[in-house]
Design a binder for this molecule. Structure first.
Ligand SMILES: Cc1cc2nc3c(=O)[nH]c(=O)nc-3n(C[C@H](O)[C@H](O)[C@H](O)COP(=O)(O)O)c2cc1C
Length: 203
């Protein structure tokens, strides 16, 4: 009886500890996600991210809206040592910043989908709508990452030709950002924002 009681108490304690730990690493409110997300340029090499976690993250991006639900965004995920090392050499001056990130994600969009109807460009923005949808999808990615306790850096400085060759990315896809994923090694600064009235006009 005593043994049973002890086992039960121990199990409850373990469950509580693991639940507490999980909460600790998760950001709890939407505003926390917004304000604690920062571009992180130094990652904790001891903390890994599993393929299952990356799948959960990318599943969230599928909730993003897109032009006529065209879903033009595609992701190429470097998670093996070999591919990570190769991508590190294709991000120019960003290399040192993401050297310890356990996952690097290349984001592309298929041209001729968003902004088109029956093969014809719908308005002056054209494939710009594909880039728009890609940015929306990436936004879901970085927000969901933060909600899962991860950190990211979007990199526009990257070698598109090298990435295309590395992942056999088809020519009809425009390569946009490389996004690093990992855990922050230090607290990032929050760069200043412009005053709201510089960017908004009410009429
Ligand atoms: C499209 C895009 C490209 C970016 N490219 C780089 C990059 O190549 N290297 C880098 O260190 N930061 C890059 N950044 C991060 C920005 O510098 C950063 O978002 C900005 O300074 C605001 O800081 P915050 O993200 O911490 O709020 C990029 C951000 C975006 C949205």
């Amino acid at each position: 009886m005593n043994k049973l009681f002890l086992t039960g108490t121990l199990a409850a304690l373990l469950a509580f500890t693991s639940c507490y730990k999980q909460q600790e690493s998760k950001v709890t409110s939407f505003d926390d996600v917004l304000t604690s997300r920062r571009s992180v340029r130094s990652y904790d090499a001891s903390k890994k991210i599993s393929e299952a976690e990356v799948r959960e993250l990318l599943t969230a991006t599928q909730e993003a809206p897109s032009w006529a639900n065209q879903q033009p965004t595609k992701y190429y995920v470097a998670i093996s040592e070999e591919k990570l090392a190769a991508v590190q050499n294709l991000v120019g001056a960003n290399k040192e910043r993401i050297a310890d990130a356990p996952v690097l994600i290349v984001s592309t969009f298929e041209r001729g989908k968003s902004g088109f109807f029956q093969g014809n460009q719908t308005n002056e923005v054209g494939d710009g709508w594909g880039a728009y949808d890609n940015g929306l999808s990436n936004c879901y990615l970085i927000m969901k990452a933060r909600a899962m306790g991860f950190d990211t850096l979007i990199m526009g400085m990257r070698d598109a030709d090298g990435l295309r060759a590395l992942f056999s990315i088809p020519e009809n896809e425009t390569i946009m950002a490389v996004i690093s994923l990992g855990y922050r090694a230090e607290e990032p600064n929050r760069p200043d924002r412009r005053p709201l009235d510089d960017i908004v006009r009410f009429f």
